[in-house]
Write a protein that binds this ligand. Sequence first.
Ligand SMILES: [Zn+2]
Length: 134
Amino acid sequence: MPRRIRLRKVVEPPRFKGYRPFGVSSKSRKSVDLLYEEYEALKLADYDFLKHDEAAGLMGVSRPTFARIYESARRKIAMALVEAKEIKTVFGNAIMDKDWYLCSKCNARFNIPDTMDKGTCPACNSKQIELLNK
Ligand SMILES: [Zn+2]
Protein backbone atom coordinates (compact mmCIF):
# COMPACT_ATOMS: atom_id res chain seq x y z
CA MET A 1 0.00 0.00 0.00
CA PRO A 2 1.44 3.41 -0.88
CA ARG A 3 2.14 5.62 2.07
CA ARG A 4 -0.33 8.42 2.50
CA ILE A 5 1.31 11.83 2.24
CA ARG A 6 0.10 13.99 5.04
CA LEU A 7 -0.33 17.66 4.17
CA ARG A 8 2.10 20.07 5.80
CA LYS A 9 0.78 23.27 7.25
CA VAL A 10 2.27 26.52 6.01
CA VAL A 11 1.36 29.64 7.99
CA GLU A 12 2.32 32.09 5.28
CA PRO A 13 3.39 31.58 1.67
CA PRO A 14 6.90 32.64 0.57
CA ARG A 15 7.21 36.31 -0.46
CA PHE A 16 8.78 35.37 -3.77
CA LYS A 17 8.23 33.02 -6.65
CA GLY A 18 11.91 32.30 -7.01
CA TYR A 19 15.51 33.53 -7.06
CA ARG A 20 17.98 33.92 -9.90
CA PRO A 21 21.78 33.93 -9.70
CA PHE A 22 23.72 36.91 -11.10
CA GLY A 23 26.30 36.44 -13.80
CA VAL A 24 24.88 33.26 -15.26
CA SER A 25 23.50 33.32 -18.78
CA SER A 26 19.81 32.57 -18.93
CA LYS A 27 20.34 29.81 -21.50
CA SER A 28 22.49 27.69 -19.21
CA ARG A 29 20.42 28.37 -16.12
CA LYS A 30 18.71 25.38 -14.58
CA SER A 31 16.43 25.47 -11.58
CA VAL A 32 15.54 23.63 -8.42
CA ASP A 33 11.96 23.45 -7.16
CA LEU A 34 11.68 24.47 -3.54
CA LEU A 35 8.42 23.20 -2.05
CA TYR A 36 6.34 25.51 0.14
CA GLU A 37 6.75 23.13 3.07
CA GLU A 38 10.53 23.15 2.58
CA TYR A 39 10.53 26.93 2.65
CA GLU A 40 8.39 26.84 5.79
CA ALA A 41 10.68 24.33 7.51
CA LEU A 42 13.74 26.44 6.73
CA LYS A 43 12.02 29.59 7.95
CA LEU A 44 10.85 28.03 11.22
CA ALA A 45 14.21 26.44 12.02
CA ASP A 46 16.76 28.95 10.70
CA TYR A 47 14.85 32.24 10.72
CA ASP A 48 12.47 31.88 13.65
CA PHE A 49 15.00 29.68 15.54
CA LEU A 50 12.36 27.19 16.63
CA LYS A 51 13.35 23.77 17.93
CA HIS A 52 12.57 20.97 15.52
CA ASP A 53 9.80 19.52 17.68
CA GLU A 54 8.10 22.92 17.96
CA ALA A 55 8.38 23.51 14.23
CA ALA A 56 7.07 20.00 13.52
CA GLY A 57 4.06 20.73 15.74
CA LEU A 58 3.30 23.95 13.86
CA MET A 59 3.46 22.14 10.53
CA GLY A 60 1.38 19.21 11.76
CA VAL A 61 4.05 16.60 11.02
CA SER A 62 6.22 14.29 13.13
CA ARG A 63 9.70 15.38 14.16
CA PRO A 64 11.43 12.90 11.78
CA THR A 65 9.24 14.12 8.90
CA PHE A 66 10.12 17.70 9.76
CA ALA A 67 13.82 16.79 9.79
CA ARG A 68 13.48 15.25 6.31
CA ILE A 69 11.70 18.30 4.88
CA TYR A 70 14.27 20.62 6.49
CA GLU A 71 17.22 18.61 5.16
CA SER A 72 15.72 18.57 1.70
CA ALA A 73 15.28 22.36 1.79
CA ARG A 74 18.91 22.90 2.82
CA ARG A 75 20.20 20.51 0.19
CA LYS A 76 18.23 22.24 -2.55
CA ILE A 77 19.37 25.73 -1.54
CA ALA A 78 23.01 24.59 -1.24
CA MET A 79 22.74 23.01 -4.69
CA ALA A 80 21.25 26.20 -6.13
CA LEU A 81 24.10 28.28 -4.66
CA VAL A 82 26.93 25.96 -5.67
CA GLU A 83 25.61 25.08 -9.11
CA ALA A 84 24.26 28.61 -9.79
CA LYS A 85 20.72 27.38 -10.32
CA GLU A 86 17.50 29.30 -10.06
CA ILE A 87 15.20 28.55 -7.14
CA LYS A 88 11.51 28.27 -7.93
CA THR A 89 8.90 27.92 -5.25
CA VAL A 90 6.25 25.32 -5.95
CA PHE A 91 3.26 24.34 -3.89
CA GLY A 92 4.11 20.75 -2.96
CA ASN A 93 2.08 18.99 -0.25
CA ALA A 94 1.21 22.10 1.69
CA ILE A 95 -1.98 23.49 3.10
CA MET A 96 -2.25 27.03 4.35
CA ASP A 97 -4.11 27.99 7.47
CA LYS A 98 -5.85 30.84 5.61
CA ASP A 99 -6.65 31.64 2.01
CA TRP A 100 -3.72 33.66 0.71
CA TYR A 101 -3.91 35.85 -2.38
CA LEU A 102 -1.25 37.47 -4.53
CA CYS A 103 -1.85 40.70 -6.45
CA SER A 104 -0.15 40.40 -9.82
CA LYS A 105 -0.13 44.20 -10.20
CA CYS A 106 1.56 45.34 -6.94
CA ASN A 107 2.77 41.93 -5.65
CA ALA A 108 0.98 42.38 -2.32
CA ARG A 109 0.19 39.12 -0.52
CA PHE A 110 -2.89 39.13 1.66
CA ASN A 111 -5.54 36.96 3.21
CA ILE A 112 -9.03 38.34 3.15
CA PRO A 113 -11.48 37.81 5.96
CA ASP A 114 -14.79 36.40 4.74
CA THR A 115 -16.58 39.68 5.27
CA MET A 116 -14.44 41.59 2.77
CA ASP A 117 -14.85 41.80 -0.98
CA LYS A 118 -12.81 38.94 -2.35
CA GLY A 119 -12.38 40.40 -5.81
CA THR A 120 -9.83 43.18 -5.27
CA CYS A 121 -6.37 43.82 -3.84
CA PRO A 122 -6.61 45.79 -0.56
CA ALA A 123 -3.36 47.64 -1.42
CA CYS A 124 -4.03 48.86 -4.97
CA ASN A 125 -7.63 47.79 -5.71
CA SER A 126 -6.50 45.77 -8.70
CA LYS A 127 -8.76 42.92 -9.81
CA GLN A 128 -5.72 40.91 -10.93
CA ILE A 129 -5.38 38.67 -7.91
CA GLU A 130 -4.63 34.98 -7.73
CA LEU A 131 -5.29 32.51 -4.97
CA LEU A 132 -2.03 30.99 -3.70
CA ASN A 133 -3.69 27.99 -2.04
CA LYS A 134 -4.01 25.34 -4.68
ZN1 LIG B 1 -2.35 45.16 -5.62
